[in-house]
Design a binder for this molecule. Structure first.
Ligand code: F6P
Length: 524
């Protein structure tokens, strides 16, 4: 069990070192990891900070926790489970799980090979949500420029507009329906599966269930649904949902991008695993990103983290990272139940650049506090417009520099006097043009956006999140906070379906809307 973060001796030194460190960017601080370049030059840095960070890792038992993660120890200690997403992409998984992993990996490849040789399933309808959706959705969006073997549509929301819209693009006689759900009890995919089955029947598909596969850890439920055993692909309780794209949850990736691309994705993540497992802490990219995140969140008081991938193909990286970071780190209870005592997981948000510059960079530059930014950039584009890529790079580097350097009042006044003849007006305008500067950012540079570099990038974030969980002493692999809302929804659904029931114990507003919206009454 980790020591409490703030009760240990290392915390005070770390806190003092962070408060004393400046974000000046005067020295290049670059870490090469699994083909990625991670530039931490625009983050707080000092020798005292380096030393205290190492002491904090020691105090929190990081090395032991990392070893347990890779070896199948109880990394998910509230659910008494391992968290072996690293085993899913290992060339040689740990012996205890090797047979299961390699066997399912082989089943997945055989299914794809058979579908390819028979030229089956021109279309794929993917029904999943959260970790059973964001991973495949994000990877396929990021890499579809490499060509897709099949057209895929994702429907995750229980709002039937989502699945209805997807169905309009599909031919029921050439569509494979994937029901991806670790528990196989989640409302959304099962509700959407009912719509999809009715859609297949209505189109005259003789045996609809033959066009359905399930990807789940609850194989009994999938078989009870009527799916044939050959079409049930499994993963396990020791794989967290938001860490599961490396498992059979990656089937849609293989069906659309091909098994080679999926293998390269796994290889990229495995390369980052090796870096994370072997690099000394001071040269370990996930570890240093984790310490930086701890400094910015728990000491400097930034409430959020902005992620700006300067590549429109990474538009789903932000929601994927939101679930990974916020569902893993939005907690306060430590292993003995006591609260951490400092702010933990930041709110994660963002948008691809350069769109983000025209959306919220005003706030990042001149808000009273702003937020740290992770900039992500590919060195090489996958298009022929070289000048456009230079423009993209120039904008990414410029935004980082502006956040770091800032603009003083004197600089703003000199700039304004060049065009404003009225000195009083110039002085007033200059006040509005001051940029505080010293705003932290990390730059992650990929050689290009290919499966290998994407796999490494995703694993980088997974290991950063894990390390922050260890530092804060919280469990990054459970999600007790998502159950309460689900149980209330079941109660409210019951009241919506039978409004004549006695007055509920809901709050007045909820009662009002149950009465007004029950049975789909037109309420507006
Ligand atoms: O959001 C809660 C959650 O349990 C996530 O952790 C998970 O990825 C998602 O719902 C979907 O769960 P399942 O894969 O079991 O349908």
């Amino acid at each position: 069990m980790n020591a409490s973060l703030t009760m240990g001796p290392a915390w005070a030194d770390f806190k003092n070192a962070v408060e004393a460190a400046q974000v000046h960017g005067e020295s290049l601080r670059l870490i090469e990891a699994a083909g990625l370049q991670v530039d931490l030059s625009a983050q707080p840095q000092s020798e005292a900070l380096d030393r205290s960070g190492l002491a904090l890792l020691e105090q929190q038992g990081f090395a032991q926790a990392r070893g347990a993660l890779f070896d199948g120890g109880l990394a998910n200690w509230t659910e008494r489970r391992a968290a072996l997403h690293t085993a899913l992409r290992a060339a040689e998984p740990p012996p205890a799980v090797a047979r299961a992993i390699l066997g399912e990996r082989e089943r997945l490849r055989a299914f794809v090979a058979q579908a390819d040789s028979a030229q089956s399933y021109r279309y794929v309808l993917h029904l999943g949500i959260g970790g059973s959706d964001w991973g495949p959705r994000m990877v396929i969006r990021a890499l579809r420029h490499r060509g897709l073997k099949r057209e895929i549509h994702f429907a995750s929301n229980v709002d039937s507009h989502s699945v209805a819209d997807a169905l309009t693009h599909l031919d029921p006689h050439q569509t494979l329906v994937i029901i991806a759900s670790k528990s196989f009890t989640t409302t959304e995919p099962l509700a959407n599966a009912e719509v999809a089955m009715n859609w297949l029947r209505a189109a005259g598909v003789a045996d609809p269930v033959r066009q359905v596969v399930a990807i789940t850890a609850n194989t009994d439920a999938a078989l009870d649904f009527g799916i044939s055993p050959q079409h049930v692909f499994r993963f396990w309780d020791w794989v967290g949902g938001r860490y599961s794209l490396w498992s059979a949850i990656g089937l849609p990736i293989a069906l659309t991008l091909g098994c080679e691309a999926f293998d390269a994705l796994l290889a990229g993540a495995a390369a980052m695993d090796q870096h994370f497992a072997q690099a000394a802490p001071e040269h370990n990219a996930p570890v240093q990103m984790a310490l930086t995140g701890l400094a910015n969140r728990s000491v400097r008081g930034f409430d959020s983290l902005a992620i700006a991938p300067y590549d429109s193909r990474l538009e789903h990286l932000v929601p994927w990272a939101q679930q990974l970071e916020m569902e893993s780190l939005g907690k306060v209870a430590t292993a003995d139940g006591t609260p951490v005592g400092v702010p933990t997981g930041p709110a994660v948000w963002g948008m691809p650049g350069t769109d983000c510059q025209h959306t919220f960079f005003q706030w990042l530059h001149q808000d009273s506090l702003g937020a740290p930014v992770d900039f992500i950039l590919s060195a090489r584009p996958d298009h022929d417009y070289a000048q456009h890529h230079q423009l993209l790079i120039a904008n990414c580097l410029a935004q980082r520099a502006a956040l770091l350097r800032g603009k003083s009042y004197d600089e703003a006044l000199r700039e304004t006097l060049a065009t404003e003849s009225d000195p009083q007006r110039a002085e007033l305008l200059a006040r509005h043009k001051v940029h505080p500067g010293g705003r932290p950012s990390t730059l992650i540079v990929l050689p290009c956006l290919d499966p290998q570099s994407l796999g490494a990038l995703l694993a980088l974030y997974e290991h950063k999140v894990f390390t922050q969980g260890v530092l804060w002493g919280i469990n990054p692999f459970d999600q007790w906070g998502v159950e309460f809302g689900k149980s209330l929804a079941r109660n409210i659904l019951g009241e919506l379906n039978s409004p004549q029931r006695d007055a509920s114990d809901q709050d007045p507003s909820t009662q009002h809307w149950i009465a007004r919206l029950a049975g789909g009454k037109p309420s507006c």
